[in-house]
Design a protein around this ligand. Structure first.
Ligand SMILES: Nc1nc2c(ncn2[C@@H]2O[C@H](COP(=O)(O)OP(=O)(O)OP(=O)(O)O)[C@@H](O)[C@H]2O)c(=O)[nH]1
Ligand SMILES: [Mg+2]
Length: 686
């Protein structure tokens, strides 16, 4: 099979909010196009694109899935993306390799948080967009309400290209306003051909057909002239103008249906072929220099059996199994071996893949997501994919002692697959932390460690990296003296400590040598500094590091035989500890900047909850049904926020946060932490 011409390819990411029917839609499109013989379902775990056992168990997509089909002599590549906020890495990566986004919306819920977020990203990347309003068979579903919401909240250039016939459980079919025909609900079978539009729909169809034509001709002067002359415009001319408008991001057609019953797929496939630009028309902005062959790796699947599978887009080609490419990042050469087309978990080998096509290759050694491979060493800047920052962390530890290495290897492989899953050791608490975009993302990683890498791990809320500092100036003098037989020990120093204001938000440490007259010789003074630094590693209050202190070495004494660096280090450390107790020491905690987006009706509950978490409200911004709340909240209070938010908003809330600064812990809270530390220290001693 020769490589498909770029003009005949359509690359489309299927995206939207969680649970709106993206996977079911891909399933229906594959079925309608004859790629599969039965319509699989998410409930039964029988869809092509949710093939992973964890996806089937949870009934949701956890990673991007690549599928393809042929329709009207065009090859459509579909990337089914996850809608859950925790698994957006694959969604954002997919947006880098497609020309079009098929935005799926629930006919009941309309525009939701992630719909808006993906839309924004698609906007930034100037991707063509087609909307599909799904689930019109459900109670309270309303196509026209969702259409209006899309026009208000996404873009005024959204225009209906299809209409439902009937509503909710009385939904009978859809009307295709472009080809002026109807499709009848096939109840899960293949759709029958086009039918005449029911007479009783005539007025509504007329109204929306005119809106569509007005919108289309407005983007095309020539067509506008013919339209104004009263000429009857044929479907091909309108489709052509529509495609140009969609390509230029001037129009966003809104289709509809019920994918669970396979209603609406024929008209949608026609629209994708006619409306979405091919790679030849729109192309990519990814750099590949003057390479004759180049691919961009947008996703890595870490399979413990087949090894690593790299999914790519061909930037320059064709490429085939014989092709050898070099990765300018590592300078390593890799022969592709076998070029694969993926259909969910199934793959077939193809001879070659041409420019713009999407495919995969197994077992590339050092290639990671985001790499551009080229046929000869050229300096290319790999495209930057702006992944969201992790918002939450858990401490992870293996259940069995000795599994640390296995856990680390497994986690490394998983974060290769999902760049928003980040593993690091907290230098202060010593804990192994796993950070991600949602609690579920971290929990899925734990499940995968078990099934793929056979290591059981536990999750705990992480320890809060408290710090300590002083509020006032204090002095202390310590003499360290030991006389035991032969040579003794002698070190004596006086310190003044004072608060050091933060610089650029960073709390530091400064050591100032104020010795006059050489009461301590030059050689011993750094030892005092060293002793102070050691004492500062664990403060007296909660064992947290002390910061924001200036230490002045003001006086001292030495012994010409017994003095040593060791003795001055100990004296420095002891003098600091004594001064610290007198300097009004306080406990500091990290404060996070939190942004929560929730449905309007839950704002009261969410604010009340933030209040009980010692949160400080900074502002609220309502925007069409959803309100974004800004607040500053202590990290200690927000470690397990995602569960609370999910239950307060029935899963419709969303949040992100980042570290802001350290602040003094209020006295009553600080006392609890200090008591707790004391208890832990005593228990550790026993
Ligand atoms: N009534 C009805 N249910 C549907 C329809 N489409 C999908 N569903 C159901 O909605 C649920 C979610 O469907 P999915 O296809 O998994 O949705 P998704 O958008 O892929 O979900 P994520 O990948 O988790 O974001 C499943 O239980 C589907 O069977 C529809 O048109 N009508
Ligand atoms: Mg899905």
């Amino acid at each position: 099979m020769p490589a498909t011409e770029p003009t005949k390819i359509r690359n489309i990411a299927v995206a939207g909010h969680r649970g709106v029917g993206k996977t079911s839609l891909v399933e229906a499109l594959l079925f309608e196009a004859g790629k599969t013989n039965r319509l699989g379902s998410v409930e039964q775990g029988t869809t092509v694109s949710d093939w992973d056992e964890h996806e089937q168990r949870r009934g949701m997509s956890l990673s991007g899935s690549l599928c393809h089909l042929e329709w009207k002599d065009r090859k459509i590549n579909l990337v089914d993306t996850p809608g859950d906020a925790g698994f957006q890495a694959d969604t954002y990566a997919a947006l880098r390799v497609v020309e079009g986004v098929l935005m799926v919306l629930s006919g009941v819920m309309g525009v939701e948080v992630n719909t808006a977020r993906v839309w924004q990203r698609a906007e930034e990347q100037e991707l063509s967009r087609v909307l599909f309003v799904n689930m019109l068979d459900r109670e309270r579903a309303d196509f026209f309400r969702v259409l209006e919401a899309a026009r208000q909240q996404l873009s005024g250039r959204c225009v209906a290209i299809q209409l439902p016939i009937g509503a909710e459980h009385e939904l009978k079919g859809i009307v295709d306003l472009l080809h002026m025909c109807a499709y009848v609900d096939p109840s899960g079978g293949r759709e029958g051909g086009p039918q005449p539009i029911p007479d009783e729909m005539a007025d509504l169809v007329q109204e929306h057909r005119e809106k569509l034509l007005d919108a289309v001709v407005e983007t095309d002067e020539d067509l506008m002239a013919r339209y104004l002359d009263g000429e009857e415009l044929d479907a091909t001319a309108v489709a052509d103008a529509l495609k140009q408008a969609v390509t230029r991001d001037e129009l966003y057609p809104v289709a509809c249906g019920v994918v669970a019953k396979n209603l609406g797929t024929t008209a949608l496939l026609d629209l994708l072929v006619e409306g979405v630009p091919s790679p030849a028309k729109k192309g990519t902005t990814i750099e590949f220099g003057d390479a004759k062959q180049a691919v961009f790796v947008f996703k890595t699947i870490a399979d413990p059996f087949t090894g690593r599978i790299s999914c790519f887009r061909v930037l320059a080609g064709p490429v085939s199994g014989d092709t050898t490419l070099v990765d300018p990042r590592t300078h390593a050469k890799e022969r592709l071996g076998q070029v694969l087309l993926l259909q969910g978990k199934d793959s077939e080998t193809v001879e070659a893949l041409g420019i713009g096509d999407l495919g995969a290759v197994a077992k590339l050694k050092d290639v990671v997501t985001g790499d551009v491979l080229v046929d000869h060493e050229v300096a290319v800047e790999p495209p930057h994919i702006d992944f969201p920052e992790p918002v939450m962390s858990f401490a992870v530890s293996p259940k069995a002692k000795g599994d640390e290495e296995k856990m680390a290897t497994g986690l490394r492989r998983l974060s290769e697959e999902d760049p928003t899953l980040i593993m690091r050791r907290d230098p202060q608490t010593g804990e192994q932390l796993l950070s991600g975009l949602s609690q579920m993302q971290v929990e899925v990683a734990v499940d995968r460690l078990q099934t793929r890498f056979h290591v059981d791990v536990e999750l705990h809320p992480p320890r809060v990296p408290y710090k300590e500092t002083i509020r006032k100036e204090a002095t202390a003098r310590h003499r360290y003296k030991k006389q035991t037989g032969g040579r003794g020990q002698f070190g004596d120093c006086a310190l003044r400590i004072e608060p050091l204001p933060p610089e650029d938000g960073e709390m530091g440490y400064e050591f100032v040598d104020k010795i006059v007259g050489g009461v301590i010789s030059q050689g011993y003074r750094p030892a005092v500094d060293k002793g102070v630094r050691e004492a500062m590693e664990h403060g007296d209050l909660a064992g947290a590091p002390i910061q924001g202190v200036r230490v002045l070495l003001v006086d001292g004494m030495e012994h010409n035989v017994d003095s040593s660096e060791m003795a001055f280090k100990i004296a420095g450390s002891m003098a600091f500890k004594e001064a610290y107790q007198k300097a009004d020491p306080v406990l500091l905690e990290p404060i996070m900047q939190l942004e929560v987006t929730v449905p309007d009706e839950t704002v009261g509950a969410v604010n009340g909850d933030l209040n009980s978490r010692r949160g400080r409200l900074q502002g609220m911004e309502p925007a069409s049904g959803m309100t974004t709340i800004q607040a500053e909240v202590p990290m200690a209070e927000i470690l397990t926020y995602s569960q609370a938010l999910t239950s307060m908003t029935s899963g419709r809330g969303d949040y992100s946060m980042h570290f802001l600064r350290y602040e003094e812990v209020p006295t009553h809270v600080a006392q609890k932490i200090i008591d707790q530390t004391k208890k832990e220290r005593e228990e550790a001693k026993v």
